[in-house]
Design a binder for this molecule. Structure first.
Ligand SMILES: Cc1cc2nc3c(=O)[nH]c(=O)nc-3n(C[C@H](O)[C@H](O)[C@H](O)COP(=O)(O)OP(=O)(O)OC[C@H]3O[C@@H](n4cnc5c(N)ncnc54)[C@H](O)[C@@H]3O)c2cc1C
Length: 331
């Protein structure tokens, strides 16, 4: 049905991921506003329990694709699946989260359907009985509301839409048959190298503590600064983020980069340490609920977006902050 909403729900370790659930919640609300149903689409093996739990979160039907083609991550397989289910269901709005997977898969799926793609959406609404999407433009300086004359594929910024609360509903789980196998795919993932176990992803974390160029080289004079930042992050359960200057210098991995060419984060608390606040960095973090900036330059642009500012040297402020947090957590 045209006013149905199809949501590709990402999974992690056999369960719907947090961004996946947020996308589902947004899809359920949009479907209600459009007078349609929300269809949840899951892909992978061993996901029966996860699929069975989505009805309680508002899905009207759960589509579960499993088998050899989904035994490993394949953007090709996922794009074909999503496009195919969009066509079969007739849903005019197809949603996924703007995670690395969503950003990889949704443009491919939209291209297969010759449909519009809207990325990094921060609001969804119904206007004139059709989905309207709101997205930031000009590195977050303005927002546009757009509608598509045809189907629209959209990726939703993580941590902007709430995780839906479980109710008492249930939904049928339908096995999806796909007409392709692993051998038909253009590219096959040969190996997946897992990052450090237990490391929080900046895009999903509720608290992010990021370091900039002023933290200095962790292999040299910045060693103690980064150790102190890691300590602060550990004490308050934050993910460590970084500016592009830090990533370009090879001090931290690209997975931690926040900003226009890195990840977009919307945590409850963002602590920016020795980051100047260039517009490309702000584009990735200005949606944070509370922003704390530590910078020795009182004129640094980061203070314009900060809710709390500490004018000081990270060498002094970070150890004091780590101790204060540790003491507060003990109480
Ligand atoms: C197309 C494009 C895309 C980009 N994408 C991104 C992106 O995704 N993410 C991103 O971050 N940037 C991005 N950039 C780069 C961006 O323009 C800035 O160059 C970068 O954000 C600067 O990083 P920084 O704030 O760490 O370093 P700097 O701008 O050098 O700032 C360092 C700050 O540290 C402070 N400082 C120094 N020493 C101390 C100390 N001891 N204690 C306290 N404070 C101290 C200084 O006062 C200064 O404010 C992009 C640029 C372009 C052109």
């Amino acid at each position: 049905m045209a006013n149905d909403v199809l949501v590709f729900v990402e999974t992690k370790d056999g369960n719907a991921s947090k961004p996946g659930l947020q996308a589902l919640g947004a899809g359920v609300n949009l479907a209600k506003a459009l007078g349609g149903n929300c269809l949840a689409l899951l892909a992978g093996n061993g996901l029966e329990a996860a699929a069975g739990s989505l009805g309680a979160l508002g899905a009207s039907k759960v589509l579960l694709a499993s088998g050899e083609a989904f035994s490993q991550h394949s953007p090709d397989a996922l794009a074909r699946l999503i496009a195919n289910q969009a066509q079969t269901s007739g849903a005019q709005t197809v949603l996924a989260s703007a995670t690395s997977v969503g950003k990889d898969v949704m443009p491919r799926a939209a291209a297969l359907m010759k449909a519009a793609l809207a990325s990094d959406i921060v609001e969804l609404k119904s206007e004139g009985g059709r989905a309207a999407i709101v997205r930031p433009v000009f590195a977050g300086k303005a927002r546009i509301t757009a509608q598509s004359a045809g189907p629209v594929f959209a990726t939703l910024r993580p941590n902007v839409f709430p995780t839906p609360a479980a109710g008492t509903g249930s939904a049928p789980v339908e096995a999806v048959k796909v007409a392709f196998s692993l051998a038909d795919l253009k590219s096959i993932v040969k190996e997946v190298v897992a990052g450090a176990k237990g490391k929080l992803d900046v895009a999903e974390a509720e608290v992010v503590c990021s370091g900039g160029r002023g933290m200095k080289d962790p292999a040299g004079e910045g060693k103690a600064n980064w150790e102190n930042l890691e300590k602060v992050a550990r004490v308050i359960g934050a993910a460590v983020g970084a500016s592009r200057a830090v990533v370009d210098a090879g001090w931290r991995g690209h997975a931690e980069q926040v900003g226009q060419t890195g990840k977009t984060v919307s945590p409850k608390l963002y602590i920016a340490c020795a980051i100047s606040g260039a517009i490309q960095h702000l584009a990735g973090m200005s949606g944070s609920k509370v922003i704390v900036a530590i910078n020795k330059d009182a004129q640094a642009p980061i203070f314009k977006v900060a809710d709390y500012g500490i004018v000081g040297n990270v060498e002094d402020v970070l150890p004091a902050l780590a101790d204060a947090f540790a003491a507060a957590m003990k109480q």
